[in-house]
Design a protein around this ligand. Structure first.
Ligand code: KIV
Length: 262
C-alpha cells in the first residue's frame, strides 16, 4: 500500500473510510502498518503505557520519543503526533513545539485539541509549514477543567457550536479532524458541514473514518473500557494466559527443554 499524503487523505472525504489507530512504539506500529491508513501517536500513551489517570502529564520529549519509534516501525504509514497539554497555549509556544516534532522526528503532522478557540493557533502553524489535525468534541486534555469526560452534542446549541468549531478549524487550514465523544447524529452533521475528512471516536458511523486507542481495541487496557470501544480480542486474557504458562513451565523446569538450548 502506498503511504498516504495530505492530498490523498483529503481525497478520502466522502470516499473509502480512513482507518486510524493509535500506536506508541515500533513493535506495534509494524503490526498495524498493513491495516491502518494513519497512525496516531496519541498522548493517551501516558495513560495506557505510563499508568497515569489522564493524559495531562504527557511531555514533548515523550511524544517525540514515541513518534520516532512509531515512524521507524511503520516507515510507509502517515503518522500524526499529538501535542501534549500546555504545549500550544499561544502561537509562539505552539510553533516552537510543533517545530520540535518536525525537526526531531519524521512524523507527518501534529494534532491539537480544541475548536474555534484554537483556530488562530492552527492558522499560525499551517502558515509556518506544519500539517495540523484538529480534535473537537470531548477533549481529554480538558478532563480536569470540565470535571470528567462529558459526551458532547446533546443539545442543538452544542451541535451548532461543534459545527462552528469544525468549520473554523477547516478555515484555519487543518487537513483532517478528529471528533470524539459526540452524539452520532450530530457528528454526522459536523462531517457534512466541512470538506476535510472527519475521523470519529465514539461519534458513530456517519463520519469519514474511525480511530481507536489500540490498547482499548485489543482488550489490553483493563482499568476502564468506554462504551464506544469494541474489543477485537481479549488481549489481557491472552497475555496473562501466556505469561502464566511460562511461569508454570519455568517453575516445573518444563522450559527450556532440548528444543530451546544450544
Ligand atoms: O490521545 C489519543 O489517543 C487521542 C485519541 C483518543 C483520538 O487523542
Amino acid at each position: 500500500m502506498k503511504k498516504l499524503t495530505i492530498t490523498t487523505i483529503l481525497k478520502r472525504k466522502n470516499d473509502k473510510p480512513l482507518v486510524m489507530i493509535t500506536a506508541y512504539d515500533a513493535l506495534f506500529a509494524r503490526l498495524f502498518e498493513e491495516s491502518a491508513d494513519i497512525l496516531l501517536v496519541g498522548d493517551s500513551l501516558t495513560m495506557s503505557f505510563g499508568g497515569n489517570f489522564d493524559t495531562l502529564s504527557a511531555t514533548m520529549d515523550q511524544m517525540i520519543y514515541h513518534s520516532n519509534a512509531v515512524c521507524k516501525g511503520a516507515t510507509n504509514t502517515f503518522v500524526i503526533c499529538d501535542m501534549p497539554f500546555g504545549t500550544y497555549f499561544d502561537k509562539k509556544t505552539a510553533l516552537k513545539n510543533a517545530l520540535r516534532v518536525y525537526q526531531e522526528s519524521p512524523a507527518d503532522a501534529i494534532k491539537i485539541e480544541g475548536g474555534a478557540n484554537k483556530a488562530h493557533l492552527i492558522q499560525y502553524l499551517v502558515d509556518n509549514g506544519i500539517a495540523v489535525c484538529g480534535h473537537i468534541g470531548l477533549l481529554p486534555q480538558s478532563v480536569r477543567a470540565e470535571g470528567g469526560y462529558k459526551v458532547k452534542g446533546k443539545t442543538e446549541e452544542e451541535a451548532l457550536s461543534l459545527i462552528a468549531d469544525a468549520q473554523a478549524i477547516e478555515k484555519a487550514g487543518a487537513f483532517i479532524l478528529v471528533i470524539e465523544g459526540v452524539k452520532a447524529d450530530v457528528a454526522t452533521r459536523v462531517a457534512q458541514s466541512v470538506s476535510i475528512p472527519v475521523i470519529g471516536i465514539g461519534a458513530g458511523n456517519g463520519v469519514d473514518g474511525q480511530v481507536l486507542v489500540f490498547s482499548d481495541m485489543l482488550g489490553l487496557y483493563e482499568p476502564f473500557v468506554p462504551k464506544f470501544v469494541k474489543q477485537y480480542m481479549d488481549g489481557a486474557a491472552a497475555v496473562k494466559q501466556a505469561v502464566s504458562t511460562y511461569s508454570q513451565e519455568v517453575q516445573s523446569k518444563v522450559f527450556p527443554d532440548e528444543n530451546y538450548v544450544y
